[in-house]
Structure formats: C-alpha cells, structure tokens
Design a protein. Structure first.
Length: 229
C-alpha cells in the first residue's frame, strides 16, 4: 500500500521491566495490546510504523506491511533507542507513547545480611529481601527535544480519584512534557478512553479500535492543516 505521507509513526507499547538478577525482574501488568492495535491501524491507513515493544508484552505483536517491531526491556533502553533513532532513519511525524514504563530502577538488592549486587542469581533462602529503588528518568519529557517536529501523544492511566481529577492529570502532563495530546483512561476516568488537547473539547472513544481511528483522524487533520498552512 502506498504510504499515507512521508515520515514514520513511532508507537511504544508493553510493560517495561527492571532486572533484579538474571532470573528475576520487576514489571507491571500491561500487555502491549493497545500498541499493537494502534500500530496495525496506522499501518492499515498506509503509514510506515515503527513499534517499540517491551520484551515482556504478552499480547501478539503487530503484523502487517509497513510495521517494524523493535524490542526493548527497561525505560532506559527505550530512551537510548529513541535518542539514536532521532539522529537516524526517516523523519518521525508522530509518536504514540503507550508503553507502561518503570518509574524506578533497582539501586540495590539485599537478601538477609548479604548484598546481592553483581550476582547472577541471589539465593532464595533469606527470610527477608530488601530492595532499594531509585527514580528512573522519564522518557516522554525528552521526546520533544529528540523529535521537535513530531505530533506527540502521551498516556495517563488513572485508577484513584474522580473523572475530573483524571482529566486534570492529563492536562498537567501536557504542560510538563511538551506533548501535543494525552490519552487518559482507567477506573478514575471511567469506561473507554479520552483524548485531551489544549484548547480543544474532550474527545472520547469506547474501545481500543475506536481510539486508534480517533487518533488517526485527529493526527491526519492536524497534519493536513499544517501542510496546507
């Protein structure tokens, strides 16, 4: 299929993970499904897509012409890959950052009285294991510097609080990261997904497929207005 336009769409998805040793890790319950849906939908419209998919994703990887899948493990790995990508390859015109990244990385692991750093596998006979976690640098706030001309969409999953608080958190993300839009979902928001943009009314989608179509329509509208302007 002929590409919808010059440039590439980047999609991130899946649960990042942080290794404790060679057999254990910290991760989350994301599956990567939404990224696969988004990648497939954009490719189906003729766009060239690069899907940065966490190694721990359990949903099927996106398939179809125009999709290149790149695996990563931790948030730091994704950040390094995107920094390199910003200097190489076709121009990136949009980023859909749906990956569930780790906010913290492991500073140290102590089992009983012994420090486990550097061991391939720490012993599991200790009555107590203590982890020290340190904050990991976030990827989304750095994307604008890497890809200054791209349309950047972040994600905000909110479980606690009210719908209004979830929308406020999404709007705050826009201001703090320089992104163009934010998809908000979760128990606090309610069923489906919301698309938050500065100066625009809330747009909603009932499911992942509808969200993909909404994002495509909004992006192509923004891109069309930019080209014609």
């Amino acid at each position: 299929m002929t590409a919808a336009g010059p440039g590439t769409i980047l999609v991130t998805c899946g649960p990042a993970r942080v290794r404790l040793d060679e057999v254990r890790c910290l991760t989350n319950l994301a599956t990567g499904e939404i990224g696969s849906v988004l990648a497939g939908a954009f490719a189906g419209r003729g766009w060239s897509v690069e899907c940065y998919r966490a190694a721990g994703a359990t949903a099927p990887a996106p398939e179809g012409g125009g999709i290149r899948v790149i695996s990563f493990e931790a948030a730091s790995d994704l950040g390094e890959a995107l920094a390199v990508r910003a200097e190489t390859g076709p121009r990136v015109v949009a980023i859909l950052h749906a990956a569930a990244l780790n906010d913290y990385t492991v500073g140290s692991v102590q089992a009983g009285e012994g420090e486990c750093g550097g061991r391939l596998k720490w012993k599991s006979d200790a009555d107590e294991v203590r982890l020290t976690l340190v904050r990991e640098a976030k990827v989304l706030p750095r994307m604008r510097a890497w890809f200054p001309g791209a349309w950047i969409v972040g994600w905000k999953l909110e479980l606690d609080g009210s719908r209004e608080e979830a929308l406020t958190a999404a709007a705050k993300q826009l201001g703090s990261t320089g992104s163009d839009a934010c998809v908000v979902n979760g128990r606090a928001f309610g069923p489906g997904f919301g698309l938050v943009r500065h100066g625009w009314p809330l747009r909603e989608a009932p499911d992942k497929s509808a969200l993909a179509e909404l994002l495509i329509d909004v992006f192509e509208g923004v891109r069309g207005a930019s080209v014609s302007g």
